[in-house]
Every structure is written in structure tokens, then in C-alpha cells.
Design a binder for this molecule. Structure first.
Ligand code: 8YV
Length: 323
């Protein structure tokens, strides 16, 4: 069975894939063009893509009867037209769970970096602007005691909530439905059925829901307008969940206090307005970027492939009803 891997993966993962399967690796680490991807789809029995590979209906139409499994290297799978894959009888899997803590850590890093002005501080030192401490210089805002509104209370949202609670924040969340009473009481979390109402009452907002057709531009210009001017917003999920142009305008107009973003609507492009603002901290999609996390993601890919090849249901199968 031919396994085609679209991007360079951690060395140990590539070695193991080579040992176990007839694996064709992409040794250049250039994201594949849509044509190259279509060619991979046409030739592979099993495809290992990442979030940068747009497996839309047009590309998937190139699949013959050969392509049986798409074993995504990533928790998110919004790059895959799941409906189209399922209709063609292609099984799709992802790698949830192993990047939860890393992504929650990056969320906390941004939740601290923006209001405490860490990057401005680092730049001040680099630019020799630190001429001595003063009682009023570079004051930020405290996070303890403040209300954090988490949008999407899945694995990552809950891991953010646990951390933020330990930092003394009050946990609020919006989700399709409330989490179990046990989890809610452990986190002392308040459920908001109405996203609009939650947005208008928070000091911090963290986006932790997946990008699906239902969450595309969930934070529209109108909803961003509901956020209070002293509040900060952090996104470590997918750029598409926020109308990025509207966010840039709101930040520039001082309608939101600041933002920490690890993800963007058209990666690697970023709205130039966001790059100019001192109260915005931007990271290059680092959420799961740890040696441990990326290796464990690879291990999950391998388990999913092995289980599938052995004729069983792979543990991390994703189906359209999950959207
Ligand atoms: C990765 C991610 O950077 O898993 C996801 O959904 O966005 C990140 O963890 C990416 O998926 C690697 O392919």
C-alpha cells in the first residue's frame, strides 16, 4: 500500500513510516501545489496530509478506487472536504488529544503576553529604550480576577480553562451545549447560551472552537463590536473563525484593547494592519509546535493507518456529523 506524506514530519515519525509502509515522503517541505496534491491523491492508497493541504472536492475527484484513507497529521481537519471524502468511501482520521496541552499553553502565553506587554518590553530593551524603571512606565492589565470567555469548550477549551483558573481568572464559556456538570463545577465555569451576551460581558475572550461551516466568521464585525473596549481577544484555533479585516479595524479604532493571534485567515499572509499595532502579538501557528507534540501526532497517524490496514475502525475517525 502506497502511503504519500505531503510535508516533512519529525525525523522519528518519517523513519517509522518508512519502516512500516511503502512511504513516499515530501523531502522538500514545500507545501504541495493543488496539482501536486491532486497527483498524490490519484496515486496514493493512503494519504497523510496536513492543514496546509486543501483537499477540496475538485482535488478529491482525482481519487481513483485506490485512495482509502486520509490520515491527517493535525487535530483540525477543515482543509478536507469531509462530505466529498465520505461520499467516495474514503476514511478520514485526525490526531486529537496529543496537542491539547501545548495549544492551551500557547493560549496562556498570549493571554499573558498581550495585556502584560511582554513583546513591547522586549523591544524596548532591544532598542535601548530602557533608561530605568519608573512607577508609571509600560503598565499593562492584570489577568487574575478577570472574566475569561472561552468560545468552544472541547479538549483545548477545557485545558485553557484549567490553566486560566489556576491564574485566578473567572471562567465563562459558550459552546453548542453545556459541558457535563462535573466539569463545569470543577472549573467553576459559567455557561452562556448566547455568544452575543457573553462577548459583551468579558474582559478576555479566547477562541478555541474548530473551524467548520458553522463557525466561519463566527466573530463578525457586529459581534466584535459587542466586545468591551478594555477587553482582549486571543485566537489559537483557526483564523477563519474571526473576520480578520474587521478585527484589524476594531483594534485600530481602539474598540478592543489588544489581541494575541497564533492563526490567520489566509496563512501565511497576515492582514498588514495587525502587524503595525503595538497591542497585538502575532505568532506563526505555533500551537502544537513542540518536539513531543508533533512526535505524538505522528504516532497517532501511524496507529490510525495500522488499525485501518489491519481491517479495524481507526481510533480517530472523523465523520461529517462531527461538523
Ligand atoms: C498543526 C493544527 O500546526 O492540529 C492542528 O489542527 O493546526 C496544528 O496543530 C498542524 O495541524 C500541523 O499539520
Amino acid at each position: 500500500l502506497k502511503v504519500i506524506v505531503t510535508r516533512r514530519l519529525p525525523g522519528v515519525v518519517e523513519l517509522r513510516l518508512k519502516e512500516l509502509f511503502d512511504a513516499e515522503l515530501n523531502l522538500t517541505d514545500e507545501p504541495m501545489s493543488q496539482d501536486a496534491l491532486a497527483d498524490a491523491v490519484a496515486r496514493a492508497d493512503i494519504l497523510v496530509p496536513t492543514v496546509t493541504d486543501k483537499l477540496d472536492g475538485r482535488v478529491l475527484a482525482r481519487a481513483g478506487d485506490n485512495l482509502r484513507l486520509i490520515a491527517q497529521f493535525g487535530a483540525g481537519f477543515d482543509n478536507i472536504d469531509l462530505q466529498s471524502a465520505t461520499q467516495r468511501g474514503i476514511t478520514v482520521t485526525n490526531t486529537p488529544g496529543v496537542l491539547t496541552d501545548d495549544t492551551a499553553d500557547i493560549t496562556m502565553a498570549l493571554l499573558l503576553a498581550v495585556p502584560r506587554r511582554l513583546i513591547e518590553g522586549v523591544k524596548a530593551i532591544e532598542n535601548d529604550e530602557f533608561t530605568g524603571w519608573t512607577p508609571t512606565w509600560m503598565m499593562g492589565r492584570r489577568i487574575s480576577g478577570k472574566r475569561l470567555g472561552i468560545i468552544g469548550m472541547g479538549r483545548i477549551g477545557q485545558a485553557v480553562a484549567r490553566r486560566a483558573k489556576a491564574f485566578g481568572m473567572q471562567i465563562h464559556y459558550h459552546n453548542r451545549k453545556p459541558v457535563s456538570p462535573n466539569i463545569e463545577s470543577a472549573l467553576e465555569a459559567t455557561y452562556w447560551d448566547s455568544l452575543d451576551q457573553m462577548l459583551s460581558r468579558m474582559d478576555f475572550i479566547s477562541v478555541n472552537c474548530p473551524h467548520t461551516p458553522a463557525t466561519y466568521h463566527l466573530l463578525t464585525a457586529r459581534r466584535l463590536d459587542l466586545i468591551q473596549p478594555h477587553a482582549y481577544i486571543v485566537n489559537t484555533s483557526r483564523g477563519e473563525v474571526i473576520d480578520e479585516a474587521a478585527l484589524g479595524r476594531a483594534l485600530e479604532a481602539g474598540k478592543i484593547a489588544g489581541a494575541g493571534l497564533d492563526v490567520f485567515e489566509n496563512e501565511p499572509e497576515i492582514n498588514p494592519m495587525l502587524k503595525k499595532l503595538p497591542n497585538v502579538v502575532l505568532l506563526p501557528h505555533l500551537g502544537s509546535a513542540t518536539e513531543e507534540g508533533r512526535t505524538e501526532m505522528g504516532e497517532k497517524v501511524i496507529i490510525n493507518i495500522k488499525t485501518f490496514v489491519d481491517g479495524h475502525k481507526p481510533p480517530d475517525r472523523v465523520i461529517p456529523s462531527m461538523l
